[in-house]
Design a protein around this ligand. Structure first.
Ligand code: HEC
Length: 119
């Protein structure tokens, strides 16, 4: 019963995302988790994508333009996320997923592309 309900809910969430975000891969905040991010961070790709979704959906309820993963230090994310998870009312697994996503996304060079200092 409970499971069927959450699957239906998940379907609704994905339908909403599809409706509001035509290009989810670059329409959101922060880099979309890919194989490279999973490899660099040693995290499961599905786990990172779950964290990405939490970041887009939950954090933006209160932060329409949330700080990007690389704008906060690793240590500060560890401190901020538990408090924000409480703010958002998300469960422990979502909290873990969003924290791992933020830490993994920080390691991605893509945000700085075009800076032109690397030669
Ligand atoms: C219910 C509203 C709410 C939700 C949901 C929420 N936040 Fe916040 N957030 C706040 C408020 C209010 C502050 C400032 C006061 C404080 O630090 O508690 C804040 C502060 C922050 C800060 C400190 C820097 C700043 O911008 O002021 C960061 C970083 C942050 N939030 C990230 C997140 C992330 C990541 C999530 C999702 C996991 C999230 N927040 C979800 C309300 C929220």
């Amino acid at each position: 019963m409970k499971k069927a309900h959450s699957i239906a809910l998940l379907g609704t969430v994905f339908a909403l995302i599809a409706a509001c975000t035509p290009a989810i891969t670059d329409g959101g905040y922060g880099p979309f988790p890919n194989e490279e991010m999973a490899r660099l961070s040693g995290q499961d790709l599905g786990h990172l994508q779950r964290g990405y979704m939490v970041y887009q959906k939950q954090c933006q309820q209160c932060h329409p333009q949330p700080l990007l993963p690389h704008e906060v230090s690793e240590g500060d994310w560890h401190i901020v996320v538990p408090g924000m998870a409480w703010n958002a009312g998300i469960d422990h697994e979502d909290e873990e997923a969003v924290l791992q996503y933020l830490l993994a996304a920080r390691q991605m060079p893509s945000d700085n592309a075009g800076g032109g200092s690397q030669q």
